[in-house]
Structure formats: structure tokens, C-alpha cells
Design a binder for this molecule. Structure first.
Ligand SMILES: NC(=O)N[C@@H](CC(=O)O)C(=O)O
Ligand SMILES: [Zn+2]
Ligand SMILES: [Zn+2]
Length: 432
């Protein structure tokens, strides 16, 4: 059995440094100055030890757009970002709306072996919103799909949404909604507000998101189904979720916020650089502050990256022709440390909750987001909280280079990531 010794780590950033011995796939011992033989020793210098991060919202682009990302390159980005599990969205080409595609993505994830890749199944055939995909078949496939989403598109027909919540309830599934009332966002290019008006960009109004979130909370309550709200972007959505969670009696609702919606605003649109184009759009300062608060108080359950790599030709073009989406896996931690930890809104226990424990629970992963304790699976990340690094979009592991954080200095460097006791990333390099 392999033995990996982590020297001088601080679980959850608390107390004096200890050593952690990982034997095979589990944490075997935790204590001060462990005197043991090991195959490999990681000198951590007091770094923070957390459960490995879990991303409920990743776009891996395979099959179909392997020029933008593949399971392999996206898995590398995930491991380097501290992730031990990611959920790969269904808006590939062909769409992951059947067992063949989800099993392919799942198998590729296993072959690459850097991170557990859990395919998300489409809710409707071809993401068209017209008829339910074969949810049960995807559930029973080798990929054991549990999360379903038409992400990129909203399941806007309320009857289809109702049926999806009812049907997934029968096997403990989750419907992850991209909340966007399509009639209110025809041709939309930017947050509907003063900046979009001044720049001449068609607006994406906040109620297009909020109306769907309110409707879907009511449908989850009525059906007893389980709803997860993708990429919450407005303060109004946070208000609706807070209201719903205060009265929730049946059905369950969870929600995620992206790192970019915790940091960036539509003030960045000034340059018309499409690297800032994303769906839902960057919003206002007031929204950003409300989202940080909602994440801190649990109204929004977790951080999810919405990692959306695009090939150069889809981003290096005029604003209206560019595809929406931005890279996220390798910069998520830094942004969470900057916006939530340095501001005092979250401590490291809180970071573990929003980046690992809650997403693992929502996604139904029994072996992720577990406590850092003896006998637990060694899915772990080591974080150096102090050292700052400068983001270089072109140097990230993804094939796409569309990072809006390019040139920014971020805190919170990933020292090492471990998947079932094996180092998958160490000192900025992937280990295969
Ligand atoms: N977020 C985005 O702007 N784009 C995503 C789709 C999505 O998450 O809605 C994509 O697939 O590129
Ligand atoms: Zn989306
Ligand atoms: Zn997405």
C-alpha cells in the first residue's frame, strides 16, 4: 500500500500544524511529528488542508468541441485548481441526453484519472425543451447520472419542468436549472442597466432570472422534487431563495454562485472585450455584495465555476458574435479567498462547506466533501493561503484561454491535490 506523508499541515486552517499520513486511499493517522516511513513526503509549511473541491458546474466540451477543451485538459485544470470531482455539463455535441454519451464522458474521466468526472444528463432531448430525455436510462447507466440540466438553455416550459422534478424525484435525482426566461432575453448581450444602455448592448433583465427561480421553487415545493439553481446572479434571486428556504416544507432547493459573479461587474464591459461576456451576465456592485452575503449566510449553498472554455475564434471577435462563458477551474479558489476569506465573510471551515461539502451533498457523492479525519477517503487539497500568484490565461491547463482574470494577482495557491490518496497535482504540475 502506498504511503504519503503530509508534513506540517493545518486542517481547516485551525490550530498548530500536524502531520497527516495517507495510506492507500484513506487518511490513516493525524498527529504532531509522526515518525513513519513514507513513499513520498510533501513539506506543506503550515498550509491549510481541506477536503478536495467539488464543482457542480463544469463544461468539458467533449464530445464535439475538443478544440476548446477535452476531458483530459479539463481534468488537468480541475486537479490544478484543487478539485477532486467535477460535474460535466450536458451541452456537448452530440448532447449528453442518452446513456451512450454520458457513459463515454464518464469512462474518459476514469481513464484520465485526475478527477472524478460525473456527467450531467440533459433534461430534454437535444436541449430543445420539448420532451424529456431518457432520464431513467441515464440514471441506470454506468455513469449513474443523478444531476440533470439543460444548462445553456432554460427548461422554460413549466409543464416540462414539473415533469422533470416529478420524474427525478422517483430516484433521488436533481434538476439543475439555468434560470432564464427566454422571451425576456431575446438578443440579450449584457445586464440590463445603465452600462448596457450607454454601450448600446441589448439588455438581459434581472427578472428574467428571478421569475424562473420563483416559479421553480414553487414547482419543487408542489412536486416534492429537488431543484438546484445554477449561477445565481442577482440580489433579487438571493431574496427569493432566502424567502423560499425560510418556508420550505416540501421539495428541496439549493443554489450556486460563480466566482466571476462574486468579483466582477458590468463596469468591465467598457472595452467591449468579449472575455467579459458570460451568461448570466456580469451585474452590478449591489448584486455582487448581495451574492457574497447570500453565500456567507447559506442562502446560496455553494460556489460552482461554470468553467466555460471557448476556442479563440469564438472569443476573439466582435462582442455580439462572441460566445458567452469564461474559464473558472484554476482561479475559483483565489477568488473565493479574495472575496470571502479576506473580507471576513468565511473562514476555512466555510470554504470547505461552500467548495466541497455542500456541492458533494447536492451532487450525491458519498466519498467527497468528507471530514479531514482518520478513516476518511483521502480526497484532499492543500492550500497556501498567503502566497499570491498572477493569472496568465494562456498558461492555464485549459485549451481555451478565455480568462477574464488574466493579469490579476490572486491569493490562495493550490500546493497539492489528492484523489483517493494519490497526488494529482503538486506545486503547479499535474501528476498522472
Ligand atoms: N455560462 C456561459 O456563458 N456559457 C455556458 C453555458 C451556460 O452556463 O449557460 C457555455 O456552455 O459556454
Ligand atoms: Zn447556464
Ligand atoms: Zn454553464
Amino acid at each position: 500500500m502506498s504511503r504519503l506523508l503530509l508534513k506540517d499541515v493545518r486542517p481547516y486552517g485551525e490550530g498548530e500544524p500536524v502531520d497527516v499520513l495517507v495510506e492507500g486511499e484513506v487518511i490513516a493517522e493525524i498527529g504532531a511529528n509522526l515518525e513513519v516511513d513514507a513513499d513520498e513526503i510533501v513539506q506543506a509549511g503550515g498550509a491549510v488542508l481541506l477536503p478536495g473541491f467539488v464543482d457542480l458546474h463544469t463544461h468539458l466540451r467533449e464530445p464535439g468541441r475538443e478544440d476548446a477543451e477535452t476531458v483530459e485538459t479539463g481534468s488537468s485544470a480541475a486537479a490544478l485548481g484543487g478539485y477532486t470531482a467535477v460535474f460535466a455539463m450536458a451541452n456537448t455535441d452530440p448532447v449528453a441526453d442518452n446513456a451512450v454519451i454520458v457513459e463515454h464522458v464518464w469512462r474518459r474521466g476514469r481513464e484520465v484519472g485526475l478527477v472524478d468526472v460525473h456527467p450531467v444528463g440533459a433534461v430534454t432531448v437535444g436541449l430543445k425543451g420539448e420532451k424529456l430525455a431518457e432520464l431513467g436510462t441515464m440514471r441506470r447507466s454506468a455513469a449513474e447520472v443523478r444531476v440533470f440540466s439543460d444548462d445553456g438553455h432554460c427548461v422554460h416550459d413549466p409543464l416540462i419542468m414539473r415533469r422533470a422534478l416529478e420524474y427525478t424525484k422517483s430516484f433521488g435525482g436533481v434538476v439543475a436549472q439555468h434560470a432564464e426566461e427566454p422571451r425576456l432575453t431575446v438578443g440579450a448581450q449584457a445586464h440590463e442597466g445603465a452600462n448596457a444602455a450607454r454601450l448600446g448592448l441589448a439588455g438581459w433583465p434581472a427578472p428574467a432570472e428571478e421569475a424562473i427561480v420563483a416559479r421553480d421553487c414553487l414547482l419543487a415545493g408542489h412536486t416534492g422534487g429537488t431543484l438546484h439553481v445554477c449561477h445565481v446572479s442577482t440580489s433579487g434571486t438571493a431574496d427569493i431563495l432566502r424567502w423560499w428556504k425560510s418556508r420550505e416544507t416540501a421539495g428541496q432547493v439549493s443554489a450556486e454562485v460563480t466566482p466571476h459573479h462574486l468579483l466582477l461587474t458590468d463596469d468591465r464591459l467598457e472595452t467591449y472585450d468579449p472575455v467579459n461576456k458570460v451568461n448570466p451576465p456580469l451585474r452590478t456592485d449591489a448584486d455582487v455584495l448581495a451574492l457574497r452575503q447570500a453565500l456567507a449566510d447559506g442562502t446560496v449553498d455553494c460556489v460552482a465555476t461554470d468553467h466555460a472554455p471557448h476556442a479563440a475564434q469564438d472569443k476573439d471577435c466582435e462582442w455580439s458574435a462572441a460566445k458567452p462563458g469564461m474559464l473558472g477551474l484554476q482561479t475559483a479558489l483565489g477568488i473565493v479567498v479574495q472575496t470571502m476569506v479576506r473580507s471576513g465573510l468565511l473562514d476555512w471551515r466555510g470554504v470547505a462547506r461552500v467548495m466541497s461539502e455542500r456541492p458533494a451533498e447536492i451532487g450525491g457523492l458519498a466519498d467527497q466533501g468528507r471530514p479531514v479525519a482518520v478513516g476518511e477517503p483521502a480526497n484532499l487539497v492543500l492550500v497556501d493561503p498567503e502566497t499570491e500568484w498572477t493569472v496568465r490565461g494562456a498558461e492555464l491547463a485549459s485549451l481555451g484561454e478565455n480568462s477574464p482574470f488574466d493579469g490579476m494577482q490572486l491569493p490562495g495557491r493550490v500546493v497539492a491535490t489528492m484523489l483517493r490518496g494519490r497526488l494529482t497535482a503538486h506545486e503547479g504540475k499535474v501528476r498522472r
